[in-house]
Design a protein around this ligand. Sequence first.
Ligand code: C2G
Length: 132
Amino acid sequence: MKRVITYGTFDLLHYGHINLLKRAKALGDYLIVVVSTDEFNAKEKQKKSYFSYEARKALVEAIRYVDLVIPETCWEQKRTDIHEYHIDTFVMGDDWTGKFDFLKEEGCEVVYLPRTPEVSSSQIKEDLQEKK
Ligand code: C2G
């Protein structure tokens, strides 16, 4: 069984996220999605998601391609996650290209997939703000 992992906030879940998760799952048999906690977002990404961690977790768990959702609490956990969950392939959108190549040292394949260019959570928020 080939095990794949990917990380993200997945706020205001949209088809760009779904496209990523669909392609990530196609790389293996079991997909783990590591969703950023509210604290991690505030502390490390300087962003406040619209939906809470619990809400974002429930939304991602409802996606047919996803087998397990766990919390992302720090940048460093990727190394340990790879071993703890026996991961074969690490996947991220190509806005992260190169940033996680160090995981290859852990014996893990690292794949960056093209983002869906025209959609983003921040763009959705901006557009809705303008419509007010
Ligand atoms: N994504 C995509 N296309 C979009 C928007 C997002 O393919 N239009 C991908 C991103 O490249 C990422 C995943 O969907 O792989 C989740 O995106 P975000 O929720 O924006 O995640 P991010 O804030 O990049 O956090 O430790 C890594 C971080 O947790 C990643």
